[in-house]
Design a protein around this ligand. Sequence first.
Ligand SMILES: Nc1ncnc2c1ncn2[C@@H]1O[C@H](COP(=O)(O)OP(=O)(O)O)[C@@H](O)[C@H]1O
Ligand SMILES: [Mg+2]
Length: 427
Amino acid sequence: MKVLVIGGGGREHAICWKLSQSRSVDKIYCCPGNAGIAQIAECINVNQNDFKALLDFVKYEWIDLTIVGPEDPLSRGIVDLFEREGRKILGPTKAAARLESSKVFCKDLLRSHGIPSAEYKVFTSYLHAEEHVRLKGTPIVIKADGLAAGKGVFVASTVEEAYDALRIIMKEKAFGAAGERVIVEECLQGEEASYMAFTDGRTIVPMVSSQDHKRIFDGDKGLNTGGMGAYSPAPVITPEIEKIVMEKILEPTLKALRSEGIVYKGILYAGLMIHEGRPSVLEYNCRLGDPETQPVLSRLKTDFMEIAMAIAEERLSDIRIEWKPDPAVCVVVSSEGYPGKYRKGDVITGIEEADKLDSVQVFHSGTAFSDNKIVTAGGRVLGVTATGPDIASARAGAYNAIQRIYFEGMHFRKDIADRALKSRVLS
Ligand SMILES: Nc1ncnc2c1ncn2[C@@H]1O[C@H](COP(=O)(O)OP(=O)(O)O)[C@@H](O)[C@H]1O
Ligand SMILES: [Mg+2]
């Protein structure tokens, strides 16, 4: 079979890598891909936002399945178009993707169906929002309604910070229409974890848990990023919590969507806050996480193509999904300056050497070819991923592999998975 993967980051490299191991996959195309993906897939030069052109390509090349990596094409209805044209595609429709593309839609759905999540109020008027912040006090969370590339949420510890956030979203309109509505939300305490699941709308099969590291510097300091590393499993998600997440959160969410006439197919990703054994939903994403996908798919035993086809054909209950017990750790290597303005075009050495190490996989994010050399081409450049018999050895494997890699200005956190090690010692 032939597959088209949409996207060009570390997540999509992990997807292509997993597909390349499938018995039933003969050919992988990726749009736009990157220098790592180009070694296992044919990268195509079609405008990622031109769904018609992508559809024409799929028809012309007789592609059996399209897999969508990022949220943007999903929220703009790529699945609706492909399904109308009778083409198999992995991902939710535009209506279902609103779970991620509108935080107000998500919060309203959760509240009206009694699914645990923070208290909140929605505002369109700056003055009313400000008044509510004054009434509630701090800490408090301010969120733009729509997609804001991970920049639309502000956790304010002072009233001034909260007013600033409201001003940026509502007056300066930093996120355009995505900030027309604002959520003022109760600040939850606890530990965060990511919980992703496969679903065909009826059956829901969880993946192994994971945890990512959002801030640029060690000790969770500095600016928020797309994610600087992740590990799986997340010890904070115990079997008891897993059961609560499935029964009180994921299954009721699918049911709630169905009651509104929406069948959710694809990947459902719950961002959770866990406090004293109780999980609440911080947000939903409608696709795989980046970088969580890199360690999570590294642990997948079952053929990914088989799972993807079963979802697209709504027969997920027919297959068994198995995972390797070995934990995995992914450390992201970023360009100097990221998440601000960053360097580009630096030659990267040592990738092959690192990749050759046992149980190590180097996933590319922002890389490109220049004069037959691999160069940096994005803020996040590589996701160096290793598996091992326990989290400590997986972590050591990833950091050992990074030692072989070099480019001017490279940066990575030195404390990825430290928390998992600590909680292991405590428990
Ligand atoms: N109610 C909340 N209480 C405490 N922290 C929160 C809350 N909502 C969001 N956060 C923090 O802000 C981050 C981003 O929020 P999230 O809702 O995941 O939005 P997005 O990923 O779209 O930026 C979360 O990972 C979490 O650290
Ligand atoms: Mg989030």
